[in-house]
Design a protein around this ligand. Structure first.
Ligand SMILES: O=C(O)[C@H](CS(=O)(=O)O)OP(=O)(O)O
Length: 236
């Protein structure tokens, strides 16, 4: 298995094989929380225009996301796991747009298969890759605004690579580093309603969810993230 690590939108375009688009803080942690909240259709989109058009055509849709980390006018929720973790999304369609994570999903045009990456479903992702056993795995770190490396995304890519190569990982050390030494620790100090400090622990709640989110075509031009259960190395 050939495992390559890429960065940002350009990396998403280069990715091939089974591709993991990584955004730990916070897009793909949010995506897992809303999936656990029962969402029927989770539609990641790149542009704000697409998000607003979908809402205009379908007023019952829920808009979630941010620009510059901040909830945008007309949105129902920001890109915050704390704000949505207790919400029942059963039967609902969510449109999700973010500065980094969802940009990677819509740009991974050369991938054979795309799943999301975050620590909240890390073991399911590792097990899924092992089950699929592809020739090429691409791990794409989306970073801050898809422009600047974010430690948590790079550390997640290395965590998955290590696991697949049979090398050890020290998750407690990752949490210590992110909270005390990395720019990511800023999430602990934020008081903005769009980025409450609780998001830090919620995004680093290791293996909370036993499923992967796989991108699939939805209609003519959209993608949908479908939940695939993976428990103890077995796909449900
Ligand atoms: O709101 C977030 O957590 C980030 C903002 S940014 O990437 O730092 O601009 O968005 P995400 O796409 O979840 O990384």
């Amino acid at each position: 298995m050939d495992i390559q690590i890429y960065h940002f939108v350009e990396g998403a375009r280069q990715a091939r094989g089974l591709t993991v688009i990584i955004d730990v803080f916070r897009a793909f942690s949010v995506a897992c929380y809303v999936t656990a909240g029962g969402v029927q259709n989770l539609l990641p989109v790149g542009s704000m225009d697409t998000a607003y058009r979908l809402k205009q055509d379908n007023p019952e849709y829920i808009l979630i996301g941010e620009r510059g980390g901040v909830i945008q006018p007309g949105f129902d929720y920001g890109n915050s796991p704390f704000s949505i973790q207790a919400v029942d999304f059963s039967g609902r369609t969510i449109v999700h747009t973010t500065s980094a994570g969802t940009q990677g999903l819509v740009n991974a045009v050369n991938a054979d298969e795309i799943i999301t990456g975050s620590f909240v479903n890390a073991q399911a992702i590792i097990d899924y890759i092992r089950i699929r056993n592809p020739k090429h795995v691409s791990l794409v770190c989306m970073g801050w605004g898809a422009l600047e490396e974010a430690d948590e995304d790079t550390l997640f890519a290395q965590y998955v690579k290590n696991a697949l190569e049979g090398k050890p990982n020290d998750f407690q050390d990752i949490v210590r580093y992110l909270s005390l030494e990395s720019k990511t620790g800023k999430f602990l100090d934020m008081t903005d309603a769009s980025a409450p400090p609780e998001d830090f622990d919620l995004c680093l709640s290791l293996n909370r969810f036993p499923f992967v989110l796989k991108a699939e075509p939805h209609g003519e031009s959209l993608i949908r993230l479908r939940k695939l259960g993976v428990v103890e190395g077995v796909m449900l």
